[in-house]
Design a protein around this ligand. Structure first.
Ligand SMILES: Nc1nc2c(ncn2[C@@H]2O[C@H](COP(=O)(O)OP(=O)(O)OP(=O)(O)O)[C@@H](O)[C@H]2O)c(=O)[nH]1
Length: 504
C-alpha cells in the first residue's frame, strides 16, 4: 500500500533520529529533510510542508530544552501534531441519525469510484444496524444501473433505478430517463419502506462541465439531501483542491470520500488538499472490494501512518464483528483463561469478517500495514479457511477437548477434510500457541465500546505484551521496545489521546 510507504518513510526517519546518541541540530535537520522528501513525493503542497518544518523547528528548540528533557518524545509529538494539523479541515462532519430517514447524495467525476463507494458506504452502515437503500440516478453512463444493482444484490441492499435510454432502446423497453424523476421516485419509495439511509448515486462526467453541475443542482433541489458526499480519486494529488472547491461551489458538499488510496503515491497530497478546502474527509477507499473502506479520523490515521497503532479503531472493529450476543460469553471465557478449538474457529470466522488483515494489523502499535503486503494477507486468509475446513471435520468431542487428539483422530480429520496429516498438526500447534496467548488474558478487562478510558487504565506495557503475538513483540524490540514506545508517548492517557481515544 502506497500510503504505508509514506508512513514507513516518516517513521524510519524518526527511528534513525532516535538511534543517534545525541540529538543536535544536524540530526534534527536530517530527520526533517527525510520527512519533507516523503511528503513532497506524496504530492503534499510545498508551502504546507515548509510551514510544517518551520513549526517543528520552532517548537523543538534544542538549545532551550533543559537537560533531561526527552527530546525524542518532543520531536515525535511535534511531527504527530503538525501532520494532524495538515489533515485537519477544522470542521467536523455532519452526523446522521439512525432511525430517522436521511437522504445522502453522492457526487463526483466519472470514474472517481462513486458507484462502488455508494455500495461500500451502504454496506458499512448496514453492518452497524442501519437500514440503507440505493437509488441509481446516473442516467449518463450506460451500465451504471447494472453495476449498482449487482453490488447492491451482493450486499443484500434494496435498490431502485432504470436502464439508461440507449440501453432501453436496445432492449426495446419503455423507461424513464430523467435523473431528477428517478431520484425523487426512489427516495419516496424507500421512505415508505422505512429505510433510514437513502443513498442517491448521481451521474458523473469526465470533467467538471456545466451540464454535470446543473444536473447535480436539480437532483439536489428535488431530493433535499441531508448530506452531500463528494467522491474523488486520490491519484490527482494536490489538484484535489481545485476539484473539491468546484464541487463545493455548485452544491453544498458536507463531506468527502477519497478513493483508491491503495494504489496512488499522491494519496497524502489529496487528503491534505481536501482539508485545505475545509471539507471533512469521512472515509477512504483502499481497494475494489466492499470492505476495503475505512473510517477516516485524523488522529488515529496519523497514528497508524507513523506505526503508532489505533487501539480505539481496533476495539471498535472487534466489537463490530463479534456478534453482540456472543460478546459477553466470549469475554467471560477469555477472562477465565479458557480458549477452546470452538472459540478459535469462531474467532477465525470473525477475523475473516473484519476485512483485510492488513487493515486490522495496522491498528496495532508498532505494526504498520507496510509489514503486511497484500500477497501475505491473502496467504493468511487462505490459512484461516484451511484450518476451518479441518475443524469442520472434527467431532464435537474433539472440538471441545483438543487434549484427546490421538493419532487415529488426527488421521480421521485429515481424511475428512482432504488435507495432509502434517497440516492438521500445524493447525493444532497454532491452536496451542493461541491458547497460550489467550491464557495470559486472564483478568484483562476489555472495555465497553467507546469506553477508552478503561482501556487506557488497563493498557500498560505488561498487559500489552501479554496479548501481542510474539513475532510482533519481537518486531517492536521485545518488552524493552514496547516499554520505550509507551514511554515516548508519555502516560498511557496521552497515548490514548493520540489514538483518538477518550470516547466517541
Ligand atoms: N483500487 C481501487 N479501486 C477502486 C476504489 N474505488 C473504486 N475503485 C474502482 O474504480 C473504478 C471506477 O469505479 P466506479 O464506481 O465505476 O466509478 P464511478 O465514479 O461511479 O463512475 P461513474 O458511474 O461513471 O461516474 C472501478 O473499477 C472500481 O472498482 C478503491 O478504493 N481502490
Amino acid at each position: 500500500m502506497v500510503l504505508a510507504q509514506l508512513g514507513g518513510s516518516i517513521s524510519r526517519a524518526l527511528q534513525q533520529m532516535s538511534n543517534a546518541t545525541i540529538i543536535d541540530e544536524k540530526v534534527l535537520n536530517e530527520c526533517l529533510n527525510e520527512i519533507t522528501r516523503a511528503l513532497l513525493q506524496a504530492d503534499v503542497q510545498f508551502k504546507l510542508v515548509r510551514d510544517m518544518t518551520t513549526n517543528i523547528k520552532k517548537i523543538v528548540n534544542l538549545e532551550d530544552l533543559a537537560a533531561g528533557h526527552n527530546k525524542r518524545r518532543i520531536i515525535q509529538q511535534a511531527v504527530f501534531n503538525e501532520l494532524c494539523k495538515i489533515l485537519d479541515p477544522g470542521k467536523p462532519s455532519f452526523t446522521l441519525k439512525k432511525g430517522k430517514p436521511s437522504v445522502v447524495m453522492f457526487v463526483g467525476l466519472q470514474g472517481s469510484g462513486k458507484t462502488t463507494t455508494c455500495t461500500k458506504y451502504a454496506y458499512h452502515h448496514q453492518k452497524k444496524g442501519w437500514k440503507p437503500a440505493l437509488v441509481c440516478a446516473d442516467t449518463f453512463r450506460a451500465g451504471a444501473f447494472d453495476q449498482l444493482k449487482q453490488n447492491a444484490t451482493k450486499a443484500k441492499i434494496p435498490f431502485y433505478g432504470r436502464h439508461v435510454l440507449s440501453e432501453s432502446i436496445r432492449l426495446n423497453l419503455y423507461t424513464e430517463s430523467d435523473p431528477v424523476k428517478i431520484a425523487v421516485d426512489g427516495v419516496e419509495t424507500f421512505k415508505k419502506e422505512n429505510c433510514d439511509l437513502i443513498i442517491v448515486d448521481t451521474s458523473g462526467r469526465h470533467k467538471q462541465e456545466a451540464a454535470l453541475f446543473e444536473e447535480m443542482r436539480q437532483v439536489s433541489e428535488a431530493t433535499k439531501p441531508d448530506l452531500v458526499i463528494f467522491v474523488m480519486d486520490s491519484s490527482i494529488g494536490q489538484a484535489a483542491f481545485d476539484q473539491a472547491q468546484a464541487f463545493r461551489q455548485s452544491v453544498a458538499v458536507g463531506a468527502v470520500i477519497v478513493t483508491k488510496m491503495d494504489g496512488h503515491a499522491k494519496g497524502g497530497g489529496a487528503l491534505s488538499a481536501v482539508a485545505a478546502t475545509k471539507s471533512p474527509v469521512i472515509f477512504i477507499g483502499t481497494g475494489e472490494h466492499m470492505d476495503e473502506f475505512e473510517v477516516f479520523d485524523v488522529k488515529p490515521f496519523v497514528s497508524r501512518l507513523l506505526g503508532m497503532g489505533d487501539l480505539s479503531g481496533l476495539v471498535n472493529k472487534i466489537q463490530d464483528v463479534v456478534p453482540m450476543d456472543q460478546q459477553p460469553e466470549l469475554l467471560q471465557k477469555l477472562s477465565e483463561g479458557q480458549f477452546t478449538l470452538r472459540i478459535m474457529y469462531e474467532q477465525f470466522q470473525n477475523m475473516l469478517k473484519m476485512g483485510p488483515l492488513g487493515q486490522v494489523f495496522s491498528m496495532l502499535p508498532g505494526f504498520s500495514s507496510e509489514m503486511m503486503p497484500q500477497g501475505r494477507e491473502k496467504e493468511s486468509q487462505a490459512k484461516f479457511k484451511r484450518y476451518m475446513t479441518m475443524m469442520d471435520s472434527m467431532t464435537d468431542e474433539g472440538n471441545t477437548n483438543p487434549k484427546i487428539m490421538t493419532e487415529s483422530r488426527i488421521m480421521r480429520i485429515a481424511r475428512g477434510s482432504g488435507r495432509l496429516v502434517h497440516e492438521v498438526m500445524e493447525m493444532l500447534e497454532e491452536y496451542k500457541r493461541l491458547a497460550k496467548i489467550f491464557s495470559k488474558m486472564k483478568g484483562l478487562r476489555i472495555p465497553k465500546k467507546g469506553d477508552m478510558s478503561s482501556l487506557s487504565r488497563n493498557m500498560n506495557a505488561q498487559n500489552m505484551s501479554k496479548v501481542l503475538p510474539p513475532q510482533m513483540l519481537k518486531q517492536m524490540g521485545g518488552m524493552g521496545g514496547l516499554q520505550n514506545l509507551m514511554k515516548q508517548f508519555g502516560s498511557t492517557k496521552d497515548m490514548m489521546g493520540m489514538f483518538g481515544g477518550g470516547g466517541e
